[in-house]
Design a protein around this ligand. Structure first.
Ligand code: GLC
Length: 738
C-alpha cells in the first residue's frame, strides 16, 4: 500500500472515535444507521426469533428459553440474561446484563471447565427491607456488586421494588414493602451498594408490576394520585437518591398504555421531572411496538429479537422513526456503557471471595427476621435436644424461583444450623423427614431457576410425635415457595395453612405442653400467609422469610440468642385474606378481561388497616425483640425528628424506630397516617440510650400530597408520631405549616 494511503488510513483510524475516549456524541455521529438500530436492541438469540409472548398468557412457558438460556450470540458469561451489541471499530463491546435481586444469577458450571461459578445467595428482598437498616442493605449490595464485577457482568438486573399491593403476588419475595418510602430508601441503599463496585443496576419493574397474572398484557387502571404517591414514589426516591444506571420498564399496561411505550412515564416523569440520567430497557420480550418504545424513551429492547431490528430499520427507512429519537436513545445507552467495567477494560478473573460474602449473607439474614410472638420460650437454652418437625426444617428455602433464583454452592438448612450450634436432634424424626424428602425429590426435576421442587409435607404420625416428646423442645417450620410467572392463591396450603399443617402444630403443641415443654414455629416464606391460631398453639413464632444460603445458621443465631431479633414487618399480616383492601381487585377485577382496577387507591396495607380500623394479625412495622425499649424526648428541631431510645430490658438489642405523619387532607380517601421517616439504633446494651435524629425530608418531601395534578404542601397542622409500629404510637409532636 502506498505511503500516502497508509497515512490516510492511519489518520482515519486515529480520528475514529472510541467509546470511553471520545465524547459520546462523536461516537454516535460515527455510527451507521444499522449500527444504531443494532445498539438499541439486545443480541439474545440473534440467530432465531423466539416465540412471541402473547399478552394474557400467564404461565412459565410464556418466557421463551425458559429452563435454560437458549443460544446467546455473545455468550461471554454463560447464564447471564442478555447482552448488548458490539461495534468493535468504535470501541463498543457487547455489554453483559444478568439477574438478580438476591444475588448474581449465572450458570454455575461451564462446558469443559472444571472451575465452578457459584454466587452467594443473599436473603430475599423482603427480608432486607425487614431490617429497616439501609447501611446493612448497602453492605449486601456492595457484596453482590463485587460478584457482578469479578464474574464479568456489567449491569445487574436488580433491585425489584414494586409495591406489595397484595399478599398473593408471586414475586413479593423479590420486592420490599407495601410502603413506598421503605421501598425507595431500601432500594436506594441497595443500588448505592452495588454501584459502589463500578457496575450498574436496573431498578425494576417500572412501573406497577404488582401481579404475575397476565403480566404481559394486563391493563391496570390506577388513579394518578395512587400512581404518584404509591406506585411511582419508590422509584422517584431511588432515582433521585442513587441514580441507578438503568431502569427496567414493566410488562404491564397502565391506564391503557404499555409501560415501555409510555412517554408520560419514561420521559415526562422519569427524565423531565425526576432528572433521571441513565437509560431504560424493556423487561424481556416486553410489549409490542418497538417504534412506540423508542419514542416513549425506552432506549433498549431486551433481550432483543431479529423482528425488532427489522421493524426498526423499516420504520427508519419510512420515516416513522426519526433519526434524532434513535440518536437520543443510542446516546443514553452509550453514556452508561462508558462507565462499565467492560468499556474500561477491567480484566475480570472470576475470583469473588464467596466465604466473606457468606458472612455478610448470614449477618443480613438474622437482622431481617421478625419475631412475631414469644411468651418467653425464646431465646433457647444454649444446648439441648430438639424435636424438629416440618419439611422446611430439613429443606429450608433460601430464596424464591424465577429470574430471582441464585445458583449457590450450598444451602444451610435449619437442621444443619441447629447441629452446628451444638443442639442435638431427635434422630428418628430427622431420619424420617430426610428420607421422605430425598425420596420425593428423586422423582422431581433438577432444581433450576424456574422450578424449585418441594416435597409434599411428610405425614408425621401421632406415635412419632409422642415418641419425640422426650426432647427439651419442639420446633416446627412451615414454608411457602413462590416465584415469577405466577401468583399464589388464597386457598389452603397457600395463603391459608393446610389442615395438615394446622394439625401438626396442634398435635406437637399438645404433646409438648403436656410436659411443660415449649414449641417454636418458624416461617420460611416469601410473602404473608394466614397465621390462623399459631400464636395459641406455639410459644414463639419467628418469621424467617427466605433468608439466603446461610438460612440455618441465621435462624439458629436468633433462636439461641446470639443476637436479639430486630427485624420489623415491611408488610401487614392480615388476619384474613378478605381483609386485604385489594382482595376484590387482584388478578382481574370482577367482570373484566385482562383489566384490574386499583379501586382501593391509596388504601394499601397499613394505610387501609389504620384508617378503616381493621385489626391485622400483625401490623406493618411490628417486630419483637428479646429486650424492650422506651421512647423519650420526641421533638421536631431544625427540620429533624429527634428522639431518645433506651434499652429497658436485660439483653442488648437494636430498635427500628418509625415516624408517621398525619397530614391535613386536601382530598377524599386519604390515609389517616403515613410513614415519613425511620431509622435503626445501634446495638444498645441494657440501660443504654441513644438519641436519634432523622431529617424530615429525604430526596422527596414526605409531607406533600398529590392533589389537583401537583405535589402540594397543605397549610395546617401536621401531627407526627414516634412509633414502634404502625399501631404502636408512642410519642407525638406537631408543627403548623402556613
Ligand atoms: C424476567 C423478569 C425480569 C428479569 C428478566 C431477565 O422476565 O421479569 O425481572 O430481570 O426477565 O431475566
Amino acid at each position: 500500500m502506498r505511503i500516502s494511503s497508509l497515512i490516510l488510513l492511519a489518520a482515519a483510524i486515529a480520528c475514529t472515535p472510541k467509546l470511553g475516549k471520545s465524547p459520546v456524541e462523536k461516537v454516535v455521529a460515527n455510527m451507521t444507521s444499522e449500527e444504531k438500530v443494532r445498539t438499541v436492541v439486545g443480541t439474545f438469540n440473534d440467530v432465531a426469533t423466539p416465540p412471541p409472548v402473547a399478552p394474557g398468557v400467564n404461565n412459565r412457558a410464556d418466557y421463551p428459553g425458559s429452563g435454560e438460556n437458549t443460544a446467546r450470540t455473545y455468550n461471554q458469561v454463560p447464564g447471564a440474561a442478555g447482552d448488548g451489541y458490539p461495534v468493535e471499530r468504535l470501541g463498543i463491546p457487547a455489554i453483559v446484563y444478568a439477574d438478580g435481586p438476591a444475588g448474581l444469577r449465572i450458570d454455575p458450571r461451564r462446558e469443559g471447565d472444571e472451575k465452578t461459578y457459584f454466587c452467594t445467595a443473599f436473603p430475599s428482598a423482603t427480608l432486607l427491607s425487614s431490617t429497616w437498616d439501609p447501611a446493612l442493605v448497602e453492605k449486601v449490595g456492595a457484596a453482590i456488586g463485587d460478584e457482578v464485577l469479578r464474574y464479568g457482568v456489567d449491569v445487574l438486573l436488580a433491585p425489584g421494588m414494586n409495591l406489595q399491593r397484595n399478599p398473593l403476588t408471586g414475586r413479593n419475595f423479590e420486592y420490599y414493602s407495601e410502603d413506598p418510602l421503605l421501598s425507595g430508601l431500601t432500594s436506594a441503599a441497595y443500588v448505592a451498594g452495588v454501584q459502589s463496585q463500578g457496575v450498574g443496576t436496573s431498578v425494576k419493574h417500572f412501573a406497577a408490576n404488582n401481579q404475575e397474572l397476565y403480566r404481559n398484557g394486563i391493563n391496570e387502571i390506577i388513579s394518578e394520585r395512587a400512581l404518584r404517591e404509591l406506585y411511582l414514589r419508590g422509584f422517584e426516591i431511588v432515582v433521585k437518591k442513587a441514580q441507578p444506571w438503568t431502569v427496567m420498564s414493566s410488562y404491564n399496561k397502565i391506564n391503557g398504555t404499555y409501560a415501555s411505550e409510555n412517554k408520560w412515564l419514561l420521559t415526562d416523569v422519569l427524565r423531565d421531572e425526576w432528572g433521571y440520567e441513565g437509560f431504560v430497557m424493556t423487561d424481556w420480550f416486553g410489549a409490542d411496538d418497538p417504534v412506540l418504545q423508542m419514542e416513549a424513551g425506552n432506549d433498549l429492547l431486551m433481550p432483543g429479537t431479529p423482528n425488532q431490528i427489522d421493524e426498526l430499520n423499516e420504520a427508519l427507512a419510512s420515516g416513522r422513526l426519526s433519526e434524532e429519537v434513535l440518536d437520543r436513545n443510542v446516546a443514553n445507552i452509550l453514556r452508561v456503557m462508558e462507565k462499565t467495567p467492560r468499556v474500561k477494560g477491567y480484566a475480570y478473573k472470576n475470583d469473588p471471595d464467596l466465604a466473606a460474602h457468606a458472612v455478610v449473607s448470614r449477618e443480613a439474614a438474622r437482622e431481617g427476621m421478625v419475631l412475631l410472638h414469644n411468651n418467653g420460650a425464646l431465646p433457647l437454652a444454649s444446648s439441648g435436644k430438639v424435636a424438629l418437625f416440618g419439611n422446611y426444617s430439613y429443606d429450608t428455602q433460601p430464596g424464591g424461583s424465577g429470574s430471582g433464583y441464585v445458583n449457590r454452592a450450598y444451602k444451610v438448612t435449619l437442621d444443619m444450623g441447629l447441629e452446628a450450634a451444638g443442639y442435638t436432634l431427635d434422630a428418628s424424626l430427622a431420619e424420617a423427614y430426610r428420607s421422605h424428602i430425598a425420596a420425593e425429590k428423586a422423582k422431581m426435576p433438577e432444581e433450576y431457576f424456574w422450578v424449585v421442587p418441594t416435597a409434599s409435607e411428610y405425614k408425621v404420625s401421632a406415635s412419632e410425635i409422642a415418641a419425640s416428646a422426650g426432647a427439651d423442645l419442639a420446633i416446627v417450620t412451615l414454608g411457602r415457595m413462590s416465584g415469577e410467572g405466577g401468583d399464589r392463591t388464597a386457598e389452603e396450603g397457600d395463603y391459608l395453612l393446610s389442615a395438615q399443617e394446622k394439625q401438626l402444630v396442634k398435635r406437637v403443641s399438645e404433646a409438648f405442653h403436656r410436659q411443660g415443654k415449649p414449641v417454636v414455629v418458624v416461617l420460611n416464606i416469601g410473602a404473608p400467609v394466614s397465621l390462623d391460631q399459631l400464636d395459641r398453639w406455639a410459644d414463639a413464632v419467628l418469621l424467617a422469610w427466605l433468608p439466603g444460603q446461610e438460612a440455618g445458621h441465621a435462624i439458629t443465631d436468633i433462636l439461641s440468642g446470639v443476637v436479639s431479633p430486630s427485624g420489623k414487618l415491611p408488610v401487614t399480616l392480615a388476619s384474613r385474606y378478605e381483609d386485604v383492601p385489594s382482595a376484590r381487585n387482584f388478578g382481574v377485577s370482577e367482570g373484566e378481561i385482562n383489566t384490574v382496577r386499583y379501586a382501593e387507591d391509596l388504601m394499601v396495607g397499613y394505610r387501609y388497616f389504620t384508617s378503616a380500623g381493621v385489626k391485622p394479625k400483625y401490623p406493618f412495622g411490628f417486630g419483637l425483640s428479646y429486650t424492650s425499649f422506651a421512647y423519650d424526648d420526641f421533638r421536631i428541631e431544625g427540620g429533624e425528628l429527634v428522639l431518645t431510645v433506651t434499652n429497658t430490658g436485660s439483653v442488648a438489642g437494636r430498635e427500628a424506630v418509625q415516624f408517621y405523619v398525619e397530614k391535613p387532607a386536601l382530598s377524599e380517601g386519604r390515609p389517616v397516617r403515613e410513614l415519613c421517616a425511620y431509622t435503626k439504633t445501634d446495638v444498645l446494651a441494657p440501660g443504654a440510650s441513644q438519641q436519634v435524629r432523622v431529617a424530615l425530608k429525604n430526596v422527596v418531601n414526605p409531607l406533600e400530597q398529590w392533589a389537583d395534578g401537583a405535589w402540594i404542601l397543605a397549610r395546617g397542622t401536621y401531627r407526627f408520631w414516634a412509633a414502634a409500629s404502625s399501631e404502636d404510637l408512642r410519642l407525638s409532636a406537631q408543627i403548623n405549616v402556613e
